[in-house]
Design a protein around this ligand. Structure first.
Ligand code: PEP
Length: 251
């Protein structure tokens, strides 16, 4: 079953628009049996978006402490109470705009797991950076003190920063064979850290300028089992087509 994470980022601007988009995604997804979708809206819309069947919800971030005097922050338990199953951690926009380090990301992973959420750990290199040392460093430091048992609940999203469609990216999609070799590299690092058996079971998603026209090319291998979609998840029609194409691949 392919999993698709919709990262709405700081969109849309109104609760009514968020509800309409979620409704459109839900009615498309409920007819499809081979996909699981996790919609990650801005926090303020979560109370209006009720997960059902194969359409779940997640946070775009959380704080590393579980509760207390942390103005402006959101805890894992709050997300759980709003029926979230997932939380995105270490997205490049948070690493770069909010100064999140691998140590912070590691603390957020621990907080998510303590809150019974499934973390989606984002890793990826900037334009001009060498993939190997960046991804290895992000995984080794990000997963510090995460046990084998905990790793089972974590998915890794490979998102080359340069391939993201807006904001910090160039919008030039990553070639499918580059995404595949990044996924193989991620599994190699996970094998070094946790052993081959577990490393092969971990879900790896690709993200960066994915839309209905290119989606199939990223999933035609047995290494990438999911997608993290930004811009295309805000267009109900485009996203419905994308979900249908992924569903037809029968992963
Ligand atoms: C993202 O930022 O996580 C992302 C994948 O964005 P887009 O699909 O718009 O490139």
């Amino acid at each position: 079953m392919a999993f698709i994470i919709a990262n709405w980022k700081m969109n849309p601007q109104k609760a009514s628009e968020a509800k309409a988009l979620f409704e459109a995604v839900s009615s498309a997804a409920k007819r499809l049996n081979n996909i699981e979708v996790a919609v990650c809206p801005p926090f303020c819309f979560l109370p209006f978006l009720k997960p059902k069947k194969n359409i779940l919800t997640g946070g775009q971030d959380l704080f590393w402490e579980l509760q207390g005097a942390y103005t402006g922050e959101i805890s894992g338990k709050m997300l759980k109470d709003l029926e979230c199953d997932y939380v995105i951690i270490g997205h490049s926009e948070r690493r770069l705009n909010a100064g999140e380090t691998n140590e912070i990301i590691n603390a957020k992973l621990q907080a998510a797991l303590k809150s019974d959420l499934k973390p989606i750990l984002c890793v990826g290199e900037k334009q001009g950076e060498e993939l190997g040392p960046v991804i290895a460093g992000q995984l080794e430091a990000g997963l510090k003190n995460i046990s084998k048992n905990q790793l089972r609940d974590i998915a890794i999203a490979y998102e080359p920063i340069w391939a993201i469609s807006s904001g910090l990216g160039t919008g030039n999609p990553c070639k499918p064979d580059e995404a595949l070799s990044a996924a193989l590299f991620i599994r190699k690092i996970l094998t070094n850290l946790y052993g081959r058996y577990l490393a092969e079971k971990i879900k790896i998603a690709y993200g960066g300028s994915v839309d209905a026209s290119n989606v199939g090319s990223y999933l035609q291998n047995n290494q990438i089992g999911g997608l993290l979609v930004g811009g295309a998840s805000l267009d109900a029609d485009e996203f419905r087509k994308l979900l249908e194409k992924v569903n037809d691949l029968q992963i």
